[in-house]
Design a binder for this molecule. Structure first.
Ligand SMILES: [Zn+2]
Length: 750
């Protein structure tokens, strides 16, 4: 019982320290010293960039106007901004981008590249993502210019087209002459509106940059687990472009209140002042340190690291993880022999920990499926996810309590050492498979094994070891784990339940010493927590103005079939919520018929609520395609678009005998995407397209006459008749990502 209380208390302290460590710093006023980063000065820049809040999607008038405003500000700083404008391609997407670049000269060759993007998604003012990043860069440049001259220069890249696949960053990396001088990169790109600016990603051989981060950042917030998670999640940023080219660097972002990310609600007022201040503090300190340091030898070995409650960064070369884990294992084996503990204890603890984790994970998956079925997880991000998080933590602990009842044959003192062996085996496994992830196990394992040796036979050895290891666990786990609700939302409940059971393995020795009655009482209490969590979740409102449902309105015209539909699209992430009742009613009224629920686009299986309209919403053609020349090897098409078209998709039903598609002289890469009924489409995307483009299709067989191409154009405006439908969107719903728009498709056999 005593050990249980001590571990509980240690975790409470760890939780309090974590919460304190994640507090945003005090923002600095406009009157701050010239060499300091001031939130108030940065916010003025952010405000000017966002202007009236019109989204700055690639190719839009607002995008170009914003470039003008940033250019003026760079000139006012005494820099000489230059534009990089061209057609850029990355993956299957091409687009006409406008990058803005400027440089602060250094005394020696080699430069630090600072990157933030000025474009936004079509539905959002993009104040945090990423006008805040641009503001951080400009205020940093101002502070640098106010200081002494720099050893290495600093290049500012205000990139375009990040939101459609890092097109601007790719253009800079592939053919800007300054790229040759770049030796390190700092990318600033936010995924939410609040919280500390976290170090999310680094390039390979990152011990050098992590060391710099640890030395100079006043309030560190990072972990190699975060960097690993970021690398595996399909959420690329401009940083990926440079990391893929082997450059060392740091990818920074604040990501709290993810529900507002890429929505119309990402406004200047919602960007937390403390988040902006912290991001600026990090970027200024890092830039100064990198520009003053030895850029040639920055790339070294890979590191494993975590911040110790926001004060220091504990770090080591990742290759040390295995030897350190083996040292911990050796020390534990020694202690077990000295205390004559049966080796079976380790096997029991390992079996119990794995069983509890597995059971907890399974229960989470089942809960997820059932709740989705019942429409109780209508979106990954809802107003109050904490009820369900509480229930999942409860499930984890419940599983540990349940398995502990089967272990009474192993004496608690032996079980305690067995638990530390289990954690050490976790450290050995991660050291072998994913060394950066060893931060999750090694600190706990090493603390426990060393403490056990130092404390020897003393009376409180077990209790004090548990306390020390529980604190080490809290430091390595809690800050990264606390990000899970903002990172995953409710898309994977297993992220909460399974680790809760694994962490709960620390409680096993204490639980094994309880009487059957005490254990039953504990099971009852934990079950109640689970039920309260589930009940609270079922009853809680899912959306409100601060955490809204994402709903887009689309007017779609199939110009070939001469048919139009109105669509209410509620898909987001891994979930699809029901359309708000007022919008369903307005849709029925607009179409004078009951809406259907299936896939409205031939090239996608995504279901949406839609209704056919009596009249065409796009009477004048937005796309016209003429065959200019054709022979058995190649067909040249002239594609003319209405001026408001901001995206053109070209799709070919697979298998299509297309060797390549060229736009102008440039080869245009494609991706394969699943369509309806098991079909597959080769897809090409063009952003900010010219009004008049020549496409050249090169065939790889003369048998191409049956190939059908589909051209799809997106435009930001909706017909006037949609006004009532738009007005029916409730206050707790918001447009996001590509936003409200008109879509026109045209089929052609070239
Ligand atoms: Zn962004």
């Amino acid at each position: 019982m005593r050990t249980l209380l001590v571990i509980g208390l240690s975790w409470a302290i760890g939780l309090a320290l974590t919460a304190h460590a994640r507090n945003e710093p005090e923002p600095r006023p406009a009157s701050a010293l010239a060499q300091e980063f001031s939130q108030a000065r940065a916010r003025r820049i952010q405000q000017q960039l966002v202007g009236d809040g019109t989204p700055r999607a690639i190719g839009s008038a607002a995008n170009l106007a914003a470039v003008q405003r940033i250019s003026t500000q760079l000139t006012q700083l005494g820099l000489q901004p230059a534009l990089q404008q061209r057609l850029a391609c990355a993956q299957s997407r091409c687009g006409n981008i406008t990058n803005l670049v400027a440089r602060v000269e250094g005394r020696q060759p080699g430069s630090v590249l600072l990157v933030a993007h000025h474009d936004s998604v079509e539905a959002s003012p993009g104040a945090s993502d990423d006008a805040a990043g641009v503001a951080v860069l400009l205020e940093t440049a101002r502070a640098l210019l106010a200081g002494p001259s720099l050893r290495h220069g600093v290049i500012l890249l205000i990139s375009d087209g990040e939101e459609v696949g890092s097109l601007g960053a790719t253009a800079f990396a592939t053919d800007h002459p300054w790229m040759r001088d770049v030796a390190a990169v700092i990318n600033v790109d936010n995924g939410g509106t609040s919280g500390l600016s976290l170090l999310y990603g680094t390039g390979v051989g990152n011990l050098g940059v992590v060391d710099t981060y640890a030395r100079v950042v006043p309030h560190p917030a990072s972990s190699s687990v975060l960097a690993i998670g970021h690398a595996y999640l399909p959420r690329a940023s401009d940083f990926s472009v440079f990391a893929a080219r082997g450059l060392p660097g740091l990818d920074l972002a604040f990501a709290g209140d993810e529900a507002l990310y890429h929505t119309a609600l990402d406004t200047v007022e919602r960007t937390h002042p403390g988040s902006l201040q912290h991001e600026g503090d990090c970027v200024l300190a890092l830039t100064r340190a990198l520009a003053a340091g030895d850029l040639q030898h920055l790339v070294s070995v890979d590191a494993a690291w975590f911040d110790l409650f926001g004060r220091w960064v504990v770090r080591w070369p990742a290759v040390w993880s295995l030897p350190l884990a083996l040292v911990a294992l050796g020390l534990l084996a020694l202690t077990m022999r000295r205390l004559r503990m049966p080796p079976m204890a380790a096997a029991s603890a390992l079996a119990a920990a794995l069983l509890a984790t597995l059971a907890s994970g399974l229960l989470a998956v089942v809960t997820q499926l059932v709740l989705r079925r019942l429409a109780l997880i209508p979106a990954d991000y809802i107003r109050a996810p904490y009820w369900l998080v509480l229930a999942m933590l409860g499930v984890g602990v419940l599983c540990v309590v349940a398995v502990s009842g089967r272990l009474v044959r192993v004496e608690p003192a032996a079980l305690e050492l067995g638990v530390w062996c289990t954690w050490t085996l976790g450290a050995v496994t991660t050291a072998l498979v994913l060394p950066g992830a060893s931060v999750l196990f090694l600190p706990t394992a090493l603390t426990a094994s060393v403490a056990r040796v130092l404390l020897g036979h003393s009376r409180y050895a077990a209790t004090l070891t548990s306390a020390a290891a529980a604190i080490a666990l809290a430091a390595a786990w809690f800050p990264a784990w606390a990000l899970a609700p903002d990172t995953f939302g409710l898309s994977a409940l297993v992220v909460f339940a399974a680790p809760a059971a694994w962490i709960g393995s620390l409680l096993l020795p204490g639980l094994a010493s309880l009487s059957a009655r005490q254990r039953r009482w504990l099971m009852l209490t934990t079950s109640s927590v689970v039920l309260v969590g589930l009940g609270g979740h079922a009853l809680a409102r899912k959306f409100d103005a601060a955490s809204p449902q994402r709903v887009n309105v689309i007017a779609y015209t199939d110009a070939t079939a001469r048919r139009s539909v109105a669509i209410v699209d509620t898909t987001w992430g891994s979930a699809r919520a029901a359309a708000p009742a007022p919008m369903r009613a307005a849709l029925a009224k607009l179409a004078s018929r009951t809406p259907e629920d299936s896939a409205p686009f031939a090239w996608s299986s995504t279901p949406m609520l839609f209704a056919s309209l009596a009249e065409l919403t796009q009477p004048t053609p937005a796309i016209t395609v003429h065959v200019e020349a054709s022979h058995s090897e190649a067909t040249t098409l002239r594609v003319q678009l209405a001026p408001s078209v901001r995206r053109l998709l070209v799709l070919a039903n697979e298998p299509a005998p297309i060797a390549s598609l060229r736009i102008g002289t440039r080869r245009w890469p494609s991706v394969l995407r699943p369509g309806r009924h098991g079909s597959r489409y080769r897809t090409w995307g063009l952003y900010a397209p010219a009004a008049d483009s020549m496409l050249k299709l090169e065939w790889d067989s003369a048998q191409h006459a049956a190939t059908e191409l589909t051209f799809v154009a997106d435009m930001p405006e909706l017909p006037d008749s949609f006004r009532a439908l738009l007005d029916s969107r409730p206050s707790w719903a918001v447009a996001s990502q590509s936003g409200d728009r008109s879509v026109v498709s045209l089929r052609l056999r070239p």
